[in-house]
Design a protein around this ligand. Structure first.
Ligand SMILES: [Zn+2]
Length: 332
C-alpha cells in the first residue's frame, strides 16, 4: 500500500526544524527570492522601481535599503502584507512553516509557545497568513460546461450555551435566543477542482452570490433544503435527501460535507471563538487547506509567502492597535 501522503518526504520539505537551522541572512535571502523573483532576490524600490539601493542594518539588526534614484527607505516587507515587521524574518518563515505543517490548523497560543513570542504578535501574524490565503479566492469562479459542483451551508459562531436544567433550556434555534453572531458559511466546491467559501446571514441570502460564482453549464448538487430551489433557474440540479442518504449514486454533497467537517474541527479544537469578522478568514483557511491537501508542505509555505509578499499591506489590520485590541485579547 502506498504510504500516506502526509508521511512522505515531499510533505516535510519545509519543517520548523529546517527553518530553525537557517540563519537570519538565509531567511532574508528566501524572502527576497520570493518577493523579487524577477531579479532573483535583488531589491527593487517599491516607489520608483530603482534597482540599485544602498543596503544597511538598523542597530536592531533589521535589514533596510535606501534607493539611490529616489532616496526612499524600504525593507524586504515594505508595501506587503508583512509591512513594518518588528520580528526577525526567520520568525515569519517559522510561523508560516508551523501553520502549514499543522494539518488541522495552528492556534496562536501554540505558536507563541513554539516561537517564544507574545500571543498577540502570533495572533496577528496568523491572521495575516489567512489574509494572504484569501487573495487566492478573489477572482475565483467554480465549474463550467460539463463540470460538477456541490453547494452546501452550515451555521457557525455565536454559540449559545445550553442551560444545565431542562426547565431552563431555551430553543436555541429561535432567533430571540441567538446571539446574532451566528452566521451561515456557504461552500461551493467543484468536483476535482477548487472550492470557494463565503459568509452570509442565512443560506437564502447567499443565492445571488452563488449564481455569480458558479459558471453556467455546471451541474449543481445540493441537499433538499427549499432554499436551494431557486438555483434550478440557472443550473441543472441534483438533489439529495440527507435524511435518507449522503449519496444515492446520482446526487451527493460529500465534498461539501468534508469541507464542513474540517472547518468544524478547527472550530472545536483550535479557534474557540470562531465568530464575528474573522469567521470568513477561518472559512477561507479551511477551503485553502482542502484544495491544497495533496500539495506538499514546502510548496504550500512558498505559495502563502508569495501571496503575502505579492500584495499590499493588511486591510484587516490597518489601524489594528486602535480598533481591535479587545478582540485580540479575547479571541484564541
Ligand atoms: Zn526609488
Amino acid at each position: 500500500m502506498a504510504i500516506h501522503f502526509l508521511q512522505s518526504k515531499a510533505a516535510k520539505t519545509l519543517s520548523l526544524a529546517f527553518v530553525f537551522r537557517m540563519t537570519e541572512t538565509q531567511a532574508e535571502e528566501a524572502f527576497r527570492k520570493i518577493r523579487w523573483s524577477e531579479t532573483e532576490g535583488e531589491p527593487v524600490c517599491p516607489e520608483c522601481g530603482g534597482v540599485e539601493p544602498y543596503q544597511y542594518r538598523r542597530p536592531s539588526g533589521l535589514l533596510r535599503f535606501r534607493c539611490k534614484a529616489c532616496g526612499k527607505n524600504f525593507s524586504i516587507t515594505s508595501g506587503t502584507l508583512f509591512a513594518s515587521h518588528k520580528a526577525p524574518i526567520r520568525a515569519y518563515l517559522a510561523a508560516i512553516a508551523a501553520f502549514m505543517n499543522e494539518v488541522k490548523g495552528k492556534n496562536a497560543l501554540a505558536l507563541s509557545r513554539d516561537l517564544g513570542m507574545s500571543h498577540k504578535a502570533c495572533w496577528i501574524m496568523l491572521h495575516k497568513v489567512r489574509e494572504a490565503m484569501a487573495e487566492e479566492f478573489k477572482a475565483r469562479k467554480i465549474g463550467g460546461q460539463d463540470k460538477t459542483a456541490e453547494v452546501d451551508g452550515a451555521y457557525f459562531g455565536g454559540y449559545v450555551k445550553p442551560a444545565n436544567f431542562r426547565e431552563h433550556r431555551r430553543d436555541r434555534r429561535l432567533a430571540e435566543n441567538q446571539t446574532g453572531k451566528r452566521k451561515s458559511v456557504i461552500i461551493v466546491r467543484e468536483r476535482n477542482g477548487n472550492s470557494l467559501p463565503a459568509v452570509f446571514k442565512s443560506e437564502s441570502a447567499a443565492l445571488s452570490w452563488i449564481k455569480s460564482k458558479i459558471n453556467r453549464g455546471t451541474i449543481v448538487n445540493a441537499d433538499e433544503a427549499a432554499g436551494w430551489d431557486a438555483l434550478g433557474s440557472k443550473y441543472e440540479m441534483r438533489r439529495i435527501n440527507h435524511q435518507e442518504a449522503y449519496s444515492d449514486g446520482e446526487a451527493c454533497t460529500n465534498m461539501a460535507e468534508s469541507y464542513f467537517s474540517r472547518l468544524r474541527r478547527g472550530e472545536m479544537g483550535h479557534f474557540h471563538h470562531v465568530s464575528g469578522p474573522y469567521l470568513l478568514r477561518y472559512a477561507q483557511e479551511a477551503s485553502w487547506r482542502e484544495d491544497a491537501r495533496r500539495v506538499d508542505n514546502g510548496a504550500q509555505a512558498r505559495r502563502v509567502t508569495q501571496l503575502a509578499l505579492g500584495r499590499g499591506p493588511s486591510v484587516d489590520f490597518s489601524g489594528y492597535y486602535q480598533r481591535h485590541i479587545h478582540q485580540a485579547q479575547t479571541a484564541a
